[in-house]
Design a binder for this molecule. Structure first.
Ligand code: GLA
Length: 388
């Protein structure tokens, strides 16, 4: 990211070189393990990336909001007079949803000029949307001295996504991009929001993200379908224990599912959530013991469960994962994010990384006709202001 080029673009767009805009950054995230557990009150283990969304922002007189991005040829202008309504399928809904959260809490927002640039691929399961939400929230908080805590901003980002954009996501993504810490993953309990930063020291191994480059179509509706199935499971399991969510059960309870849930689909959904929570707890423990091999095995088991029990993978993700596992030096590989497309995350022996990317790309293209992209990210910090 060339900050000079970015600010030149800002001035080209909005003029007035005498008033310097302020620069903010919010990362994307990759979830190492703990998938589809957040909205079930369970554990997740994501980390922030050194890829994300940059925002240059400047206050203006009046009540005009001017949005622009270097990613697409799409500018939009609107005025603040009351709360906003969803403007249809455009990326502006993410910042507008966040601005609404500020307005709802009685904060006055003046005119603004905003220029975004994202280097995390869109819609690829790396939280490009949470990244836009949180970079906007952090910037508004600072520019208007709103005084919200990071946790409040994270929750406002999630509300923007749930209520304004209409995607009923859990809290993991906004939390990870808000609270990320360099070289650490976040072991988060999504029920209590207690968390611990756990060092990710991979020594001889590297983290590789592979993008299927498959367009995700039905993610939203399938996602909501899974949520409903989990709610159904909770309802049925009330006869066993008075639980509020599936994560109140532990792996020792798996045996009772058969008795209380007759629908095999709903039963498998519950099995995934309960077993995945168990895997996250063990994964954090073995990572602390520097047992990367077992961590990788747990990643593999997580994917298998997401494929067989939760059914959110699909040909493209499965091809990357199962072809990847055949290659030398692959310790663990799984889908990350909501699924149905998007990315996988793999831990690969450093000296095999190059070979992994070449061989996997070949095998994937032969089987799917698609060309994957690879990223070797660093684990970065959460959202904040940048100097330039
Ligand atoms: C998406 C959602 C998250 C989480 C994951 C699945 O990324 O935004 O809240 O549910 O899917 O783990």
């Amino acid at each position: 990211m060339n900050k000079k080029h970015f600010s030149d673009k800002f001035y080209e767009k909005y003029g007035n070189r005498n008033e310097k805009p302020v620069l903010f950054f919010s990362p994307g995230r990759v979830n190492l393990i703990g998938e589809h557990t957040d909205y079930n009150g369970g554990y997740v283990f994501p980390c922030a990336l050194n890829y994300g969304t940059y925002l240059l922002i400047r206050k203006t007189e009046g009540n005009k909001l001017k949005f622009s991005t270097l990613n697409f040829d799409h500018d939009e202008e609107t005025t603040i007079d009351g709360l906003f309504k969803n403007t249809g399928k455009t990326w502006i809904n993410y910042p507008l949803g966040v601005i609404n959260e500020f307005l709802k809490r009685g904060k006055k927002i003046s005119g603004l000029e905003l220029l975004y640039y994202g280097d995390v691929p869109n819609g690829a399961g790396l939280s490009s949307s949470a990244s836009i939400e949180i970079v906007t929230a952090v910037a508004l908080n600072e520019l208007f001295n709103a005084g919200f805590t990071t946790l409040e901003l994270v929750k406002m980002g999630q509300l923007a996504e749930n209520e304004f954009v209409g995607m009923n996501c859990g809290i993991m993504d906004q939390f990870a991009v808000g609270f990320g810490k360099k070289d650490h993953a976040i072991f988060l309990n999504c029920d209590t929001l207690d968390y611990e930063n756990v060092p990710v020291i991979l020594d001889d191994f590297s983290l590789i993200i592979t993008n299927t480059n498959k367009r995700r179509g039905l993610t939203g509706s399938k996602y909501n379908e899974r949520r409903a199935e989990c709610e159904k499971a909770v309802e049925l399991l009330q006869a066993y224990k008075p639980i509020r969510n599936l994560s109140e059960l532990v792996t020792g309870d798996l045996d009772v599912l058969e008795k209380y849930i007759s629908d095999p689909v709903v039963r498998r959904r519950a099995k995934h959530v309960i077993s995945e929570n168990g895997r996250v707890i063990e994964a954090v423990k073995v990572l602390k013991e520097n047992n990367i091999k077992r961590f990788g095995e747990l990643m593999n088991l997580s994917h298998d469960s997401l494929k067989d029990d939760y059914e959110v993978t699909g040909t493209e993700l499965d091809t990357l994962v199962y072809e990847g596992r055949k290659l030398p030096g692959v310790i663990g590989t799984r889908m990350t994010g909501a699924g149905f497309g998007g990315c996988t995350v793999s831990i690969v022996l450093k000296e095999e990384a190059e070979n992994f990317m070449i061989k996997l790309a070949k095998a994937y293209t032969i089987k799917t006709g698609l060309v994957p992209d690879f990223y070797q990210p660093e684990i970065g910090n959460g959202a904040g202001k940048l100097q330039y």
